[in-house]
Ligand binder design. Structure first.
Ligand code: GDD
Ligand code: MN
Length: 375
């Protein structure tokens, strides 16, 4: 059996056409199914509508949700309600053609694929002519940062099918916002991911709930997924970015002090302080925002101490190069850069291991992922 999970909010007018569309697409292929309407307490007659459809022999059921509202949480709740061997997630507004479902299920059945996505951007797929240029640009811009996370052409799609047994545990899923397919794809570790072309039809009834707030949530969601997938690499990348911004602070102060007549070695030693405080603050709220919230003063102290040793590495490199290597005597800024890179490697390791301590969930998640990789 196939469980079709449909998140809804005020979609009463779409429920009957949706059920008909699904029936005609699946009945022809003799596929048995259930429709799970995961509704966020719409109060628009959806409950009555589903009851009526049920009496007209549609295998449909509505789950009225009153807490933790949102598209993704609704879908995740649907995963626990599902009874089928296969799970399909689709929108209620008839944007996702049910005629693609038999192909999606066939690919899962034959083992050709473990995760099938309904895609607008593979050959044969398309979007509605009524799509505004604005919506199109929006969709393309949103797609780019998701590309390192998956290899699919349409990571923004909300239409997908998986074997229920392959779903990640609900406790592993923590999507914010709209991108439940992306969340399942990244966390589920699927070997074979495929895309079937769909023609995305614009809704006729009701309106889109994709607001600007949802799109901002997407940025936070992306950051979490990068963190999940790339772990230390993602942290190092952010640490380096923060470090580069700190380097600008450092450099500005270093040059300014020299303009005020202070010697370059002394200027170098002073400019460290504003830069290190800047780095600590940004690493706390960006790079390691998911780590233990240690008291600020203690943590700043630890960060400064580690950075001082890092600075010894950094300064030692700078001093050695500018004193003994003729090339660097001419190019002191380059010596400074090399020193910063040496110091940063040291600082990152200490920060990552000791200063911004991991919470238990992160450790568990890492263990889980490394065992998933070896299996
Ligand atoms: N339960 C619940 N709670 N359902 C919701 C909520 C909510 O807060 N917000 C939206 N939904 C339901 C809608 O009722 C609809 O069935 C489905 O989720 C998609 O919502 P739309 O408002 O129609 O979204 P869209 O058309 O802008 O976005 C769709 O296309 C995008 C690609 O262009 C979705 O499929 C997105 O996931 C997709 O990225
Ligand atoms: Mn829609």
């Amino acid at each position: 059996m196939i469980s079709i999970i449909v998140p809804t909010y005020q979609e009463v007018e779409n429920l009957a056409p949706l059920s008909e569309m699904i029936r005609s697409a699946l009945a022809e292929e003799n596929l048995s199914y259930e429709i799970l309407v995961m509704d966020d307490n719409s109060q628009d007659g959806s409950i009555e509508k589903v009851a009526e459809l049920f009496t007209r022999n549609h295998p449909i059921r509505l789950i009225n949700r009153t807490e933790n509202r949102g598209l993704s949480p609704a879908v995740i709740d649907g995963f626990s309600e599902a009874n089928g061997d296969f799970v399909v997630v689709m929108d209620a507004d008839l944007s996702h053609p049910a005629t693609a479902v038999p192909t999606m299920i066939a690919q899962l059945r034959s083992g050709e694929s473990d995760f099938v996505l309904g895609s607008r951007y593979v050959e044969g797929g398309s979007i509605d002519d009524s799509w505004t240029l604005w919506r199109y640009i929006n969709s393309v811009i949103a797609t780019v940062p998701a590309l390192p996370l998956t290899r699919v052409k349409d990571p923004m799609s909300g239409f997908f099918a998986v074997r229920r047994a392959d779903l990640p545990a609900p406790s592993d899923l923590s999507p914010i916002g709209y991108k439940i397919a992306l969340e399942v794809m990244v966390k589920g570790n699927f070997d074979k991911v495929s895309e079937v072309p769909i023609h995305f039809v614009d809704r006729i009834h009701g309106e889109s709930k994709l607001t600007l707030t949802e799109q901002l949530k997407y940025l936070r969601h992306l950051r979490r997924l990068y963190q999940y997938k790339f772990q230390t690499k993602a942290e190092f990348f952010q640490f380096a970015a923060v470090g580069s911004s700190g380097f600008i602070v450092d450099l500005a102060v270093y040059l300014l002090l020299q303009m005020m007549g202070i010697s370059h070695t002394v200027a170098r030693a002073i400019s460290f302080w504003p830069a290190v405080s800047w780095n600590w603050a940004l690493n706390r709220v960006i790079t390691f925002s998911h780590r233990e919230k240690t008291a600020k003063t203690t943590q700043w102290g630890a960060f400064v101490s580690s950075s001082l040793i890092g600075f010894a590495v950094n300064y030692g490199t700078y001093y050695t190069l500018t004193t003994f290597v003729p090339f660097f005597e001419e190019h002191m800024i380059l010596a400074l850069v090399v020193g910063v890179i040496m110091g940063m490697g040291f600082n990152f390791s200490i920060s990552n291991l000791f200063i911004f301590r991991k919470l238990r969930e992160e450790v568990q998640n890492e263990t889980r992922q490394s065992s998933a990789k070896t299996k």
